[in-house]
Each structure stands twice: as structure tokens, then as C-alpha cells.
Design a protein around this ligand. Structure first.
Ligand code: GLN
Length: 191
């Protein structure tokens, strides 16, 4: 199994370390030729969604990645990655890949409460630490998108077919269970 990590900007290296801990091979996606190899899953990290969206377009990665996700490539977006996948962002005119039936709210916790850590339940895993950094949350999920975690009544993790998103950063904790969950999504696709 090979997982590509979008490495244009943001917290991508931490995803590599987490995949290393799971003995999963990964590689960085920086330009178009990087996605012309075979791979089984994609991680879109946290960072700044507007910058990442702009770079995706400039580097001509936007259309091919959108197409791969539409064809069923398993994808895991954290924080800004969630915003890149959301079909609608309540407080941003700019949409990005827009492949997942969720409505997100950007910088949803305000400036003061921008960053915090909490332990909450993740469906199918149990209680895990969740680190939020100027995070979005999900206002609502549509169609067959399902809620996997909530914090204080707000949706912070969801899944729809091949797409998994978290508003928090599992890659910044020692807990590897959400990445393991994603690896299982990839395995199930192949079985
Ligand atoms: N605030 C960022 C954005 O709007 C997301 C923050 C993060 O990825 N840690 O894109």
C-alpha cells in the first residue's frame, strides 16, 4: 500500500511520521508528476486552505486530484484538508475540490478559542485526544455522509464513502488510531 501526502504547505510531515508508525509506505505530492505513479490513498493535511487551493490550481493538480477522488480514491483531509473537500463553506466564497457532501465553517472557534485539546469519542475507535488549531467544524452533513465525532455539539469528523475528514489534527498526537481507521478504509476497498 502507498499513500500520497499532499505536501504543498502545512503540516504534512507529521502525517508521514504517523504512517511510518503504522508501517505504511508514503510519498509527498508536490507536482503533477508525483500523482502519475500508482497509489492507494491520499492525505490532505492541515495548513491554510486558501493557499493550498491556490497552489493546487497553479500546479495543475486540482483537476486530476478531484477526478481521482470522484473515481473512489480513499482520501483523508485534516483541518484545512476538510475545507478543501467540503462542498460548501458557510463563511468563505471560495470553494476548492468540493467532493464531499458536508457544509463546513472556517475558523469556526474564533480567534481566542482558536486552539485547544480535548478528549472525545470517535465512532468505531473510542475516546481519543483531539487537537484543534484555528479549526473549522462541520455545520451539517448531507446524503450518505455520516458523523463520526462531535465536540460540544459540533461535528468534527465525518465520512462519506471513500472520504474521511477531521477538523482536528490526529497527526499531532501520539494516537495513531484515526490513521489506522483510514488505512482500513483503503484495505476494505481492495478486499
Ligand atoms: N484556519 C485554516 C484554514 O482556514 C485551517 C487551520 C488548520 O489547518 N490547522 O484553512
Amino acid at each position: 500500500m502507498r499513500v500520497g501526502i499532499l505536501a504543498l504547505q502545512g503540516a504534512f510531515i507529521e502525517h508521514k511520521y504517523t504512517l511510518d508508525a503504522l508501517h505504511i509506505e508514503s510519498f509527498e505530492i508536490r507536482q503533477k508528476k508525483d500523482i502519475q505513479t500508482e497509489f492507494d490513498g491520499l492525505i490532505i493535511p492541515g495548513g491554510e486552505s486558501t493557499v493550498m487551493g491556490k497552489l493546487l490550481r497553479e500546479l495543475k493538480l486540482f483537476d486530476p486530484i478531484k477526478e481521482l477522488i470522484a473515481q473512489g480514491l480513499p482520501v483523508f483531509g485534516t483541518c484545512a484538508g476538510l475545507l478543501l473537500l467540503a462542498k460548501d463553506i458557510e463563511n468563505d466564497d471560495k470553494l476548492h475540490l468540493a467532493t464531499m457532501d458536508i457544509v463546513a465553517k472556517r475558523n469556526a472557534y474564533g480567534r481566542q478559542l482558536g486552539s485547544f485539546t480535548i478528549e472525545e469519542n470517535f465512532q468505531g475507535i473510542g475516546k481519543i485526544p483531539m487537537i484543534f488549531i484555528r479549526a473549522p467544524y462541520i455545520n451539517s452533513v448531507q446524503d450518505d455522509a455520516e458523523v463520526l465525532a462531535t465536540v460540544n455539539g459540533k461535528i468534527v469528523a465525518a465520512k462519506q464513502k471513500n472520504q474521511l475528514v477531521t477538523a482536528f489534527h490526529p497527526e499531532l498526537t501520539q494516537d495513531i488510531s484515526v490513521h489506522k481507521y483510514f488505512v482500513e478504509m483503503i484495505r476494505r476497498k481492495h478486499s
